[in-house]
Design a binder for this molecule. Structure first.
Ligand code: OXD
Length: 296
């Protein structure tokens, strides 16, 4: 069997966990840490996550470069030779995790858990009406791999789901809209907005003051993909004006969120530290080995 040479370049992922897992799943892998030097002259694949080196254009032998996650926005300044594709991971454990996070948000909305957190603080015993899963509309914005997984998961679990994406998609049992020209119509029908759009020049600041105003009063907003898409100031204002009931935010314009950021202390805003889905090493390696075989 041929040996596959990998160069791993990440300032945030642990090289030794990936090395151990690769060697366990395939003994023919040789993996080198770009941060330690001593790299092979010829390598088959690059594995990148917030890499130290941004210019890999002269690396010999490369068949592809893989981002070790779902997003490529941290690699906009990366240089590769023209014939080396930059690819992202499709799953690596992230689909299940994203679905769980979205399901938590849907339950939070459905069962009024946010309201009960507020009334507990006031020592106020105030039961609210039971709401069924199909009595409100969850709108999934962004239908990439993860967006589709979330929309299908919620729909399969009895939630009423609509979705909106840049190019038209067809999902069983889910009304699908396109951003141009149907974003406003989609927002007007959405009680629980779940943002899963990637960050790029099309999506930056897309959910601004005007877009938030299209949501019905007392809608809730969930941000799971990247900051910069939902305008933070506009969201804060919409929550303060009680147009938006609550927000559950996992991603931000700047991460980590600064200690003085108003989101931290806001009673109607829940903050999590970019954990809705993280790349898991074992399924990540499994996926990569399959993807390598498409090139070898
Ligand atoms: C990703 C992430 O894009 O973890 O994979 O944010």
């Amino acid at each position: 069997m041929t040996t596959i040479n990998l160069i791993f370049d990440s300032l945030s992922f642990d090289f030794s966990s990936w090395q151990t897992e690769f060697l366990q799943q395939n003994a023919n892998i040789r993996i080198y840490d770009a941060n330690k030097g001593n790299l092979p002259e010829v390598a088959d694949f690059l594995l990148l996550w917030h890499p130290k080196t941004r210019d890999w254009s002269t690396q010999l032998g490369l068949k592809a470069a893989f981002a070790l996650g779902a997003g490529l926005d941290h690699l906009t300044d990366l240089t590769l030779a023209d014939d080396v594709p930059l690819l992202r991971l499709h799953d690596a454990g992230m689909k299940t995790a994203m679905c769980e996070y979205a399901q938590y948000a849907a339950l939070r909305y459905q069962r009024h858990f946010d309201a009960y957190e507020q009334t507990q603080r006031q020592a106020s015993w105030k039961p609210l009406d039971y709401r069924t899963r199909d009595s409100f509309t969850t709108g999934v914005l962004g239908l990439g791999e993860l967006g589709q997984a979330v929309a299908n998961h919620l729909s399969d679990n009895g939630y009423k789901v609509i979705a909106c994406s840049r190019s038209r998609k067809t999902l069983k049992g889910i009304s699908c809209y396109t951003i141009k020209p149907e974003l406003d119509e989609f927002l007007q029908k959405t009680d629980l907005l779940i943002n899963l759009l990637p960050k790029n020049h099309h999506t930056l600041n897309m959910i601004n003051q005007a877009a938030l105003a299209e949501l019905p009063p007392q809608a809730a907003v969930v941000s799971m993909s990247r900051g910069g898409i939902i305008n933070e100031e506009a969201l804060l204002q919409a929550v303060d004006q009680n147009h938006i009931q609550w927000a559950l935010l996992d991603v931000f314009d700047n991460e980590p969120l600064l200690a003085k950021h108003p989101f931290w202390q806001h009673p109607k805003i829940k903050v999590t530290p970019h954990i809705s889905a993280q790349t898991l090493v074992k399924p990540g390696v499994k996926e990569l080995l399959v993807r390598f075989s498409e090139f070898i």
